[in-house]
Design a protein around this ligand. Structure first.
Ligand SMILES: O=C(O)[C@H]1O[C@H](OP(=O)(O)OP(=O)(O)OC[C@H]2O[C@@H](n3ccc(=O)[nH]c3=O)[C@H](O)[C@@H]2O)[C@H](O)[C@@H](O)[C@H]1O
Length: 479
């Protein structure tokens, strides 16, 4: 520090002496020479310091910088293939705004994808499961793996409900040899990379924004996942995958909306959705028709009916009611305007998994190629996967009370007009005919398995629950 301030002093003196004769000029020249050499010295040191800082910064942020540059180069490659596709891709990215942080690519990543995608039986499928850390996705991935199919999962681990439950499912899947990547379905570059790394025969597309009533609060997330995300998956399957996979995806019983004919059949009207959730699923079915028609993609939509069971979704009524009953908190029960209980065709997860695997096994091949040529029409199917016996929600609560050994603190209100429908009831004859779908789990048996898992997963005091259970049974026997 000292030499620098000395030079500055000399220079200042030189300026001050500048108004005098030759001697003064001499002094000024010497001073400015000194100033020049000191400045370049200073500049050199500053450059070294800045370089060191940059090296430190790069080291600390290495993974994200790496992933970012991968995305940029992927986007550039996509631009070379077609500007339009790149533009639509970036608009989806900005819709979600998070996919740029995903780290993927590289030899180790591709090796892991190929390992997980490889079937372990002759004629086994190789399935890309989107939403694999979700409730239905995790169960289907485990079932596919257990019978020797190859499975690669992806999930964006969003916080619609507790992501730690999704991470626990991911760990369970990893222990069975299924890799679940942190990735978003709107990240087309990632999907392309996946199809470059492995030849998936099928896509089981379950990633979606679920929940009927939440659509009032976060409408855009439904559009981003259930419409833009679905298109993203179809686009890559139609135009990039070689050969094209067959796709089975999750529609919903909610597409029946205000339909009053029961039981709900695939032939019934689905043009009167009661919620935005239902509307996005219905839009998905129309989008599926277009991709099947234009690109020859084999597409099967499955209309799930209020699926429940172990490892379920905490936002659903049976799960949130169980938590509230244990915590001694009130639950709200919806009743229709004419005083009837809401009823649901509650469908147990194992039955739904059988339906999903049956749909995959009978999907039929896609007939298009990535060059745009189509050999002929490809299958386009839609099936109900329900339980065929609607149960009042009050009955579901009574079963939970019995299993948990505690009475619920019930608050009954008229069903708000927030997208809910008073009842659902599936006719499953098409699924039975085409892949032998036969739901076999009554609600009390399914809820018992759910409660066993629930108590274990949340480490609840089983002695306390058993004591409460005995008390409640004695009370109901006495009354
Ligand atoms: O089949 C589907 O396609 C959908 O199923 C599921 O929707 P729903 O059938 O509405 O399930 P869920 O919220 O568990 O409410 C169950 C019952 O409890 C009643 N209910 C609900 C909440 C409450 O506080 N009180 C109440 O009475 C409510 O009135 C209803 O009668 C999935 O969430 C959805 O993602 C989609 O997959």
């Amino acid at each position: 520090m000292m030499p620098h301030s000395g030079v500055v002093d000399a220079a200042a003196k030189g300026v001050k002496l500048g108004g005098g004769g030759g001697g003064a000029l001499m002094v000024r020249r010497v001073a400015s020479g000194k100033l020049l050499s000191a400045s370049s010295h200073l500049l050199f040191r500053a450059t070294i310091l800045a370089t060191l800082c940059l090296v430190c910064l790069f080291t600390v942020h290495y993974p994200s910088l790496l992933s970012h540059s991968f995305h940029l180069s992927s986007a550039a490659a996509a631009a070379a293939n077609g500007k339009h596709r790149a533009a639509s891709r970036s608009s989806h990215r900005s819709l979600l705004g998070s996919s740029a942080a995903v780290a993927y690519g590289g030899a180790a990543w591709e090796k892991e994808v190929r390992r997980s995608a490889a079937p372990r039986r002759d004629g086994g499928l190789s399935v890309l499961v989107t939403g694999a850390a979700g409730f239905v996705g995790a169960h289907c991935s485990l079932a596919l793996r257990a019978r020797g199919d190859g499975v690669v999962g992806l999930d964006n681990f969003n916080s619609y409900y507790d992501p730690s439950l999704k991470r626990a499912r991911q760990r369970l899947l990893a222990s069975r040899g299924v890799a679940v990547l942190d990735a978003d379905i709107n990240d087309a570059a990632l999907l392309e990379r996946l199809f470059d790394a492995a030849r998936f025969t099928h896509v089981l597309h379950l990633a979606a924004q679920a929940g009927v009533r939440y659509a009032m609060r976060a409408p855009q997330t439904y559009v981003a996942s259930n419409v833009a995300g679905l298109v993203s998956v179809f686009e890559v399957a139609a135009k990039h995958a070689d050969p094209q996979p067959a796709i089975v995806w999750a529609s919903s019983s909610s597409v029946y909306g205000l339909n009053t004919d029961a039981p709900f059949s695939e032939e019934h009207r689905t043009d009167r959705p009661a919620s935005l959730y239902a509307a996005t699923k219905k839009a998905g079915e129309a989008i599926a028709h277009a991709y099947n028609h234009i690109y020859g993609l084999s597409i099967t939509g499955l209309r799930f009916f209020t699926v429940y069971g172990p490892w379920g979704r905490p936002d659903m009524a049976y799960f949130s009611f169980a938590r509230s009953i244990v915590a001694g908190e009130p639950i709200t029960l919806f009743r229709t305007a004419d005083g009837a209980d809401a009823r649901r065709d509650f469908t147990y997860i194992d039955d739904v998994v059988k339906g999903c695997l049956g749909a995959l096994d009978t999907a039929g091949e896609s007939t298009g190629t990535k060059s745009g040529k189509k050999r002929g029409p490809a299958p386009l199917r839609v099936y109900n996967l329900g339980n065929t016996s609607p149960v009042p929600v009050t009955r579901m609560v009574a079963i939970l009370e019995k299993l948990l050994g505690r009475k619920a603190n019930k608050r009954v209100v008229t069903m708000p007009s927030n997208g809910d429908v008073p009842f659902t009831h599936a006719n499953v004859s098409h699924a039975a005919r085409d892949f032998g779908y036969r739901p076999a789990t009554p609600l009390d048996a399914g809820l018992r398995r759910f409660v066993d898992w629930f108590v274990h997963y949340y480490k609840l005091d089983t002695a306390k629950i058993a004591k409460g259970k005995r008390k409640s049974m004695a009370m109901s026997a006495a009354s």
